[in-house]
Design a protein around this ligand. Sequence first.
Ligand SMILES: NC(=O)c1ccc[n+]([C@@H]2O[C@H](COP(=O)([O-])OP(=O)(O)OC[C@H]3O[C@@H](n4cnc5c(N)ncnc54)[C@H](O)[C@@H]3O)[C@@H](O)[C@H]2O)c1
Length: 249
Amino acid sequence: MNLKDQVAIITGAGGALGRGTALVLARAGAAIVVAEERADRGREAAEAVRQAGGRALFVRTDVSSASSVKAMVARAVRELGGVDVLVNNAAIYPSRPWTEIREKEWDRVFAVNIKGYYLCARACYPYFQARGRGKIINISSITFYLGFAKLLDYVSTKGAVVGFTRALAREVGPGNICVNCIAPGAFPTDAEKIHPDPKGYNRWVLEQQSTKRRGTAEDIGHAVLFLASRESDFITGQTLMVDGGWSMK
Ligand SMILES: NC(=O)c1ccc[n+]([C@@H]2O[C@H](COP(=O)([O-])OP(=O)(O)OC[C@H]3O[C@@H](n4cnc5c(N)ncnc54)[C@H](O)[C@@H]3O)[C@@H](O)[C@H]2O)c1
């Protein structure tokens, strides 16, 4: 599988899984757009891609803002020549009991985790049409399938991502645009720091999985690479669980 001469936008690529995905896609030949809200993380991720011999452009982006997303995609097209792949990955995951979620926080989680996916897809669409093909990979979460406590707004958005994937796949399929979804299991990243007992949580995750090791950002990157490549051209509207055999949906 290779993405030679292709351009891949990865939102939230300053974070753990997005950065790992950026490195995998860059190794496969893609030029990477790191669309990240946090400048420090974004610059670092782009530099890591360059250090590994790839091409990367960091564009500070807030995926919940239509104007910010539009400007990011326009810059990607201007500086790299187009867009072939969009990885909707940026998300926030504040954890608290559901009765403690404030309305503003609820709205923010939805604005980033699902409206952001829509805005990015919408902004890339004309460029996919210009190429006569395109790949959108949306990152959901195993938490939607299992139902996780103290993450009600987050889990709700991750369910929305699955519906968004299916409905959009129907609409853009005739234009050779594939839309798929990846639902990661639990990865040992910053997200895990929200747990009060990380060691116990690690043990519990390994018990749930069929594969007895923790997942890595590369595991996600390889699944994204497949869904971004021509080898998956006949697959659309699907959700791939990348969870070490935890959920087996
Ligand atoms: N880590 C896990 O175990 C896990 C499990 C299931 C699903 N996921 C999903 O994988 C994806 C990546 O997770 P991660 O663990 O790498 O998280 P992370 O927090 O390390 O990375 C997310 C990145 O998104 C960025 N971001 C946040 N709001 C943004 C905005 N408005 N605009 C642009 N960028 C923004 C953050 O700055 C951060 O760098 C998310 O969609 C998450 O829901 C992760």
